[in-house]
Ligand binder design. Structure first.
Ligand code: ZN
Length: 649
C-alpha cells in the first residue's frame, strides 16, 4: 500500500470535510454548502463516503478526494498536503534521505534564527529609547495600531554595526548561521557587520507563514537605499515571495481577488482597514512565479499603482525605454508587456488601477475606506489602462501623438491572447485616437527594434469563411516547429548556418523568433552546443526555468515524430527558417512604407531614410525568395505571388 493510499484509508472524509463544512446526511451521502464558492441557498456540495470523494455541483463543478479538498482549501501543493495529512493520520512517509533530513534541519534552524530576530527587533522597537522614534513614525505618521504592528511583527533594527550580531552570537548562533540567514554582511577583510541598522523591520514570511527574510525601511531620510531586503538566501528568494501572502491568502480566496500594492506599509495599512487581500512584491516587477503562486488562490489579480508609475514614467518616452532608463535598484513594478504574457500563459485576469496623485494606499484607506473600494472597482485591463494613461494630458489632435500612442499600444494588443479581445481593444484605440480602425489595422507594429505587421487574421471574417489559421498563429506554429526540431537535433544549427551563409544570409539568431517565449529557448539551444558537460538536450532540460518548461514540453511533443531522413529534416527546417524570415521582412517593409508615407505627408525629411531601409529589406527579401525557390523547386511560387502582386516600392 502506498503512503497515499494508507493516508486515505486512515482519514474519514466526512470528518475531514466536516471540520469546515456543515454536512447533513442525505441517504448514504452528505450534503452541505460549498466552501469554495459563495452560496447560501441550495447545498450543492456533496461528500461520498463510499468512494472517499467530494464534488460541488454548483458554480465550481469540481471534485476530488481528501487531498484535493485540502489542497484547494489551504492552497497547498500536493507534497505539503501529503505531509499534513500523513501527520494527521499518523502515517510514516517514506523516510527522507540523510541529506534531505540534514537540509530540512538546517532550514529549520535558520527559520528559528529568523524568528529570534523578529523577537530581537520587536524588543528594540518597544523597549528601547531609540525604538521610540520608529514607533512614533509607525503609529503617528503611518497611523498603525499596536495590534497591527504586533500581528505583522514589525520591529526596529538599532543604529549599530554589531548589536544584532553580538546578541545572536551570545545566544549560541554561529557567524555562519547569521550570514546564511542574511542578517549580517561580510566586509572585504572578512569581518562581519549588521546588515540592518536604524531601520523599521518587516518580517517576510512564505505563504505558509514560515520566516524567510526581512524588509527594512529607513528612518533617517538621508540613508540609502530607502528599502533594503534580505539578500538571496536558501530561505529568501524575492522572485518567489509576496509580502503578506501568509495573512492574505484566505481573504484572497474569499474575495476571489488579490490586490497588489507597492509597499509593505501599504499592505499593512490595508489589512488594518479590513482589506485583507492585499499583498506586495519585493520592490520589483511581478514575476511569473509570484503570479503562479497567487493563482492558486484566485486568478483575478489587480495592481494598484502609484500615480507616477505608469503616468509620468511611461508617457510617450516608450514603456521599454522608461524601463531601461530606471536605475537597477528601482526596478519597475509595472511591466505591461510582461503582465500580458503572464496573463495569457496563466489564464489569469490582470487589471490595473491608479491611486490619486501623490497618495499611497494607506493615505487613501486612512482617510476613506470607501474611496479605496472605488479605486479597486475602477481597475481596467492592462491594455486599456496603458492606452488611457498614454492619452492623458496629450493633444490627441496632433497626428504625431496619435502615431506614437498607436505605436506603443499596438504591440501590447498583439500580445493579448484572445482574438476577440484584440479586436475590442483595437476598436477602443481607434475611438480614443479618433482614427478609422482600418488605419490602425494598416499600421505596422515595432517590437524590440524589429517591425511586425498587425495580424491580418484578426479582422473579423465573414461567417462562411472556414476557420483558417491566422498568419500570426501559423508563424507561431512554424517557429515552434523549427525550435522543436533544433532542440531534438541541435547539431542541425551548424548545418543551417552554413547553408544560410552560402546564400549570403545571416546566421540563425534569437531575433528570428518573434514569439517572446521562443527567444530564450533558442538561446538555450545555442548554449547547449557550447558546453560539453551533458548531451545538449539533457543540458537544456536541466537549465530551463520552470516557466519555460511548459512551452518546451509542447515543442518537444510537437516534434516527436521526425522524418528519419536527416537531410529531409534539414531541408524542412531551412525552409521553415527562410519562411519565417520572409514573413518578418515583409512586415518590416510594410512598416517602413507606413512610416515613409506618414513622414512624407508631414514633409518630414526622414522619409528618404525609410525608403533606403525599405530598399535594403527588399533586396534581402529577394534573396530569401530565391533561396526558398531553390527548395520548392518553383521559384515563381514565391516571387510572383509575394513580390509582384504586392508592390514593394
Ligand atoms: Zn462550489
Amino acid at each position: 500500500m502506498s503512503s497515499i493510499d494508507e493516508v486515505k484509508s486512515q482519514i474519514d472524509i466526512v470528518d475531514l470535510v466536516g471540520e469546515s463544512v456543515q454536512l447533513k446526511r442525505s441517504g448514504k451521502n452528505y450534503t452541505g454548502f460549498c466552501p469554495f464558492h459563495p452560496n447560501t441557498r441550495t447545498p450543492a456540495f456533496v461528500v461520498f463516503p463510499d468512494t472517499g470523494t467530494w464534488r460541488c455541483f454548483g458554480q465550481c463543478n469540481e471534485g476530488g478526494d481528501i487531498f484535493g479538498f485540502v489542497m484547494k482549501k489551504e492552497g497547498w501543493d500536493f507534497s505539503e498536503t501529503l505531509r499534513y495529512l500523513a501527520d494527521r493520520a499518523g502515517v510514516q512517509l517514506r523516510p527522507q534521505t540523510p541529506e534531505q533530513q540534514q537540509q530540512a534541519e538546517e532550514y529549520d534552524s535558520l527559520r528559528n534564527l529568523l524568528e529570534d530576530a523578529v523577537t530581537f527587533y520587536r524588543h528594540n522597537l518597544l523597549n528601547t529609547p531609540a525604538g521610540k522614534q520608529a514607533l512614533e513614525y509607525l503609529m503617528k505618521k503611518r497611523e498603525l495600531k499596536e495590534e497591527t504592528l504586533e500581528a505583522f511583527g514589525i520591529g526596529y533594527a538599532p543604529q549599530s554595526w554589531e548589536a544584532a550580531m553580538q546578541h545572536f552570537l551570545n545566544k549560541g548562533y554561529s557567524e555562519n548561521d547569521l550570514v546564511e540567514a542574511g542578517l549580517v554582511s561580510e566586509r572585504e577583510d572578512a569581518s562581519m557587520y549588521d546588515r540592518f541598522r536604524n531601520r523599521v523591520m518587516f518580517p517576510i514570511r512564505d505563504y505558509r507563514g514560515r520566516m524567510s527574510g526581512f524588509g527594512a525601511r529607513i528612518l533617517n531620510p538621508d540613508d540609502v537605499p530607502k528599502f533594503l531586503n534580505s539578500p538571496q538566501t536558501v530561505l529568501f528568494d524575492k522572485s518567489r515571495t509576496l509580502y503578506g501572502l501568509d495573512r492574505a491568502r484566505r481573504a484572497i480566496r474569499e474575495a476571489d481577488q488579490a490586490v497588489i500594492v507597492e509597499g509593505y506599509l501599504d499592505v499593512i495599512a490595508l489589512h488594518q482597514a479590513g482589506f485583507e487581500n492585499a499583498i506586495s512584491p519585493m520592490g520589483t516587477a511581478l514575476t511569473e512565479q509570484q503570479l503562479r503562486m497567487l493563482k492558486r488562490f484566485s486568478p483575478n489579480i489587480l495592481l494598484a499603482l502609484d500615480a507616477d508609475v505608469a503616468g509620468d514614467k511611461a508617457t510617450l518616452r516608450g514603456l521599454d525605454i522608461a524601463r531601461q532608463a530606471m536605475d537597477r535598484e528601482q526596478e519597475p513594478v509595472f511591466d505591461p508587456r510582461g503582465l500580458l504574457g503572464h496573463e495569457a500563459r496563466l489564464q489569469a485576469d490582470i487589471r490595473v488601477t491608479t491611486l490619486p496623485d501623490g497618495l499611497d494606499p494607506d493615505d487613501v484607506v486612512n482617510r476613506d475606506p470607501e474611496e479605496w473600494r472605488r479605486i479597486v472597482q475602477d481597475a481596467q485591463p492592462v491594455v486599456i489602462y496603458v492606452m488611457e494613461s498614454l492619452a492623458r494630458d496629450h493633444d490627441l489632435d496632433d497626428p504625431k501623438v496619435k502615431r506614437d500612442i498607436a505605436a506603443q499600444v499596438l504591440p501590447l494588443i498583439e500580445d493579448v491572447g484572445s482574438p476577440i479581445e484584440r479586436d475590442a481593444y483595437r476598436q477602443r484605440l481607434a475611438r480614443l485616437l479618433r482614427v478609422d480602425e482600418r488605419t490602425l489595422l494598416g499600421m505596422r507594429v515595432v517590437k524590440g527594434g524589429r517591425a511586425r505587421r498587425l495580424r491580418r487574421g484578426d479582422t473579423p471574417k465573414p461567417a462562411v469563411s472556414p476557420a483558417a489559421t491566422s498568419p500570426a498563429a501559423s508563424s507561431q506554429l512554424l517557429e515552434a516547429h523549427c525550435l522543436g526540431v533544433l532542440m531534438r537535433l541541435p547539431d542541425l544549427l551548424y548545418k543551417i548556418d552554413r547553408e544560410l551563409q552560402e546564400k549570403e544570409l545571416a546566421r540563425l539568431s534569437a531575433d528570428d523568433f518573434q514569439h517572446s517565449g521562443h527567444q530564450p529557448i533558442f538561446r538555450m539551444v545555442q548554449e547547449s552546443l557550447n558546453q560539453d558537460m551533458a548531451e545538449p538536450l539533457t543540458y537544456m532540460i536541466n537549465h530551463f526555468d520552470l516557466s519555460t518548461m511548459e512551452r518546451v514540453d509542447e515543442l518537444l511533443k510537437q516534434t516527436e515524430e521526425l522524418n528519419s531522413n536527416q537531410d529531409k529534416v534539414l531541408e524542412d527546417l531551412l525552409r521553415g527558417v527562410l519562411e519565417l524570415r520572409r514573413r518578418s521582412l515583409r512586415q518590416n517593409i510594410e512598416y517602413m512604407r507606413f512610416l515613409m508615407e506618414d513622414a512624407q505627408e508631414q514633409g518630414d525629411l526622414t522619409a528618404s531614410q525609410y525608403l533606403k531601409t525599405m530598399v535594403q529589406h527588399s533586396a534581402a527579401l529577394k534573396r530569401i525568395n530565391e533561396a526558398l525557390g531553390d527548395y520548392t523547386g518553383d521559384r515563381r511560387l514565391y516571387t510572383k505571388k509575394d513580390v509582384n502582386s504586392r508592390p514593394l516600392l
